[in-house]
Ligand binder design. Structure first.
Ligand SMILES: C[S@@+](CC[C@H](N)C(=O)[O-])C[C@H]1O[C@@H](n2cnc3c(N)ncnc32)[C@H](O)[C@@H]1O
Ligand code: SF4
Length: 458
């Protein structure tokens, strides 16, 4: 695949990111612990039956100034221990309401930096999960690690505890960029660490890069991608950095350095796509890449990709997500529930009530249909209207009324050969997948309404 910046320039209109539908901004505080409990019970009768677990560890030894994650500087051992105990209590409380026949197929640890806490705490949380739930033998157990603190002995521990996937945040290979974002370099050579992880049987090894950081140039980012090609990870994620210092104050500390322009950022993305695909990687979504023999690339070919707040995964392993820890978002068939963000308030809530829901959202049947349609387009670029309507027990006419889809909304995409539409089936072409959010909006009734309101005000 060789693309140019013009595709992105033409479709550069503000559209939702569709990390979830409805977006997290729709979650509200009227959703309580009791609502969550009721939704967990309902989730036992919903699809998928699989259980996905998310564990959030907010602590980081040092705070990178660009970071947009929910983090806290590492605390005293006592506090960390109290947090770990709270997570274990939340797991035990939640498990009381989950059908024991259901299997855990996915566990994702994110943060913060999960590997900044003592490995034995990680072992305690994993033991609690194993004592409360049954695991499928193919379960994917993954951790996002900071390479600044990851030791070979940690890898041994993670392997013994059942982990089989690791992702490492690189962000940039250049020391001056790492200094500008207040980040430590990897403790060990990334290539040696990847080789060690592989020798222990870890798969789906992922590295993260971020484009748009201070001191980066188009040329320096090309060097990052060349370095990735040399390292040959199974997967690469290239995240776009958004500078929003009025929302995230630490980001203003980087303003003494020059940032790449929007045009340069776009060139970085386009270069990544062109170079990665020329070197045997498949594009997953817009800015993730996987080797052709990686399960994500295979799932892409078989239209079996799925995405949740933890990133891309496959329909085989994905489940309804039950999140544990501060700020964790549970994603059930019928509802979203997000925990309190501040880790100390989270601990207090769990210690007194066993749950720590801050806000959430219950989806009605129409929203479930819209969410499914948007997910199918976003992940697999394919939406069969008849099949989707049948799956949700409605007619194609109802499906059209609910999504407010009208073929006139995709005129431009059809003319540009970014989508094909026949026999009530919409297929997104490989180039179209790079601007897939612009396709997904055609099935978002809220967006078309807003768009109309927006046009009216002009
Ligand atoms: C929880 S961190 C990964 C684990 C570990 N804490 C680390 O930094 O290596 C999640 C990833 O989100 C991405 N990320 C964080 N803040 C971001 C931002 N403001 N813009 C774009 N990507 C960001 C980074 O690529 C980072 O590796
Ligand atoms: S990028 Fe990772 S290590 Fe840095 S502050 Fe964010 S979560 Fe912590």
């Amino acid at each position: 695949m060789q693309i140019s910046t013009s595709l992105f320039q033409k479709y550069n209109i503000p559209v939702p990111r569709y990390t979830s539908y409805p977006p997290a901004t729709a979650f509200h505080g009227r959703f309580t612990n009791a609502d969550y409990r009721e939704q967990i019970l309902k989730s036992n009768d919903a699809e998928p039956q699989n259980i996905s677990v998310y564990i959030h560890i907010p602590f980081c030894t040092q705070r990178c100034h660009f970071c947009g994650c929910n983090t806290a500087l590492s605390q005293s051992e006592d506090r960390i221990k109290r947090y770990v105990n709270a997570v274990i209590k939340e797991i035990r409380t939640t498990a009381q309401y989950i059908d024991k026949k259901r299997l855990v197929t996915q566990v994702s640890w994110g943060g913060g930096t999960p590997n900044s806490i003592r490995m034995e705490y990680i072992g305690e949380i994993m033991s609690a999960l194993r004592s409360e739930f049954s695991f499928a033998d193919f379960a994917e157990i993954a951790m996002e690690c900071s390479p600044a603190y990851l030791d070979f002995s940690d890898v041994d521990y993670l392997h013994e505890t059942g982990f089989n996937r690791v992702s490492m945040g690189i962000q940039d290979f250049h020391h001056e960029v790492l200094n500008a974002i207040n980040r430590r370099a990897p403790k060990h050579e990334v290539g040696e660490m990847l080789a060690y992880l592989k020798s222990k049987g870890f798969r789906g090894l992922n590295l993260d890069l971020v484009y748009g950081l201070p001191l980066q140039t188009v040329e320096s980012f090309r060097e990052n991608i060349q370095q990735i090609i040399a390292l040959q990870p199974d997967r690469l994620a290239t995240f776009s950095y958004a500078h929003i210092p009025w929302f995230n104050k630490a980001q203003s500390l980087m303003e003494k350095h020059p940032f790449p322009s929007p045009e340069e950022k776009l060139q970085m993305l386009v270069d990544s796509i062109n170079t990665m695909t020329a070197n045997g990687y498949e594009v997953i979504g817009m800015d993730h890449f996987a080797k052709k023999d990686d399960e994500l690339a295979i799932a892409k070919v078989n239209k079996q990709l799925h995405r949740n707040f933890q990133g891309y995964n496959t329909l085989k392993t994905t489940g309804q997500v039950y999140a544990f820890g501060a700020s964790g978002i549970s994603q059930l068939n019928g509802a979203f529930a997000q925990n309190i963000k501040a880790y100390d308030k989270y601990i207090q809530a769990i210690e007194s009530d066993g749950f720590a829901v801050d806000r959430g959202y219950i989806l009605n049947n129409k929203e479930i249909i819209v969410r499914d349609s948007i997910n199918q387009i976003m992940c697999n670029g394919l939406l069969d209207f008849e099949q989707t309507a049948a799956k949700h027990g409605c007619s194609v006419d109802d499906f059209l009324k609910i999504t407010k889809f009208n073929v006139s909304h995709i005129d431009q995409l059809l003319n540009d050969k970014l989508v094909e539409f026949k026999n009530n089936t919409l297929t997104v072409t490989p180039e179209g997948m790079l601007i897939v959010r612009n396709v997904a909006v055609a099935f978002d009734p809220a967006f078309t309404l807003k768009e109309r309101q927006y046009s009216n005000t002009l």
